[in-house]
Design a protein around this ligand. Structure first.
Ligand code: ZN
Length: 149
């Protein structure tokens, strides 16, 4: 179990230091800004859509390793999904980081399980979910800035 935990931490550190899909696309169909005042994390999520399918998901901003890694893994997970699927994944992810028991039965979501340990640290839950709350705002086409408070 401790080996597994170390592996998970490595994945978070890796994505925190070398985030994937970082930087605004030339054209985004949807975008939203998120802010976690508790930690100081700020990020913008961009979506490129084909109908209701996400063809590209990107983000930029500055935050702690957990918020950055979460945004990085989120964007990897979202590509090719519909907006409805993205919302379902967010519900599962939220359950995961708040200590819920729902299983991420989709094998493609396995990587998100690295954030299960976050549930032991309530302050960190906001870091891990910031990108997802921001995504939700983007999918709902809200132009208001999101705050975890
Ligand atoms: Zn943070």
């Amino acid at each position: 179990m401790s080996d597994l935990r170390e592996l998970y931490q490595e994945l978070i550190l890796d994505h925190g230091k070398h985030p994937r899909n970082f930087g605004a696309p030339e054209h985004a169909d949807r975008e939203a800004k998120g802010h976690n005042p508790l930690c100081g994390d700020r990020l913008t999520v961009y979506l490129v859509l084909d109908g209701d399918r996400i063809v590209d998901a990107r983000f930029d901003g500055a935050g702690c390793a957990i918020s950055t890694a979460s945004a990085s893994l989120m964007t990897e997970t979202l590509k090719g999904r519909t907006l409805a699927e993205a919302e379902q994944i967010f519900a599962k992810f939220h359950d995961l980081v708040t200590g819920g028991r729902s299983h991420l039965d989709d094998p493609e979501l396995e990587k998100l399980e690295v954030f299960a340990g976050v549930s032991e640290f309530p302050v960190r839950v906001k870091c891990a979910t910031l990108a997802w709350h921001t995504l939700k705002a983007a999918t709902e086409a809200s132009s208001d800035a999101v705050s975890t408070e």
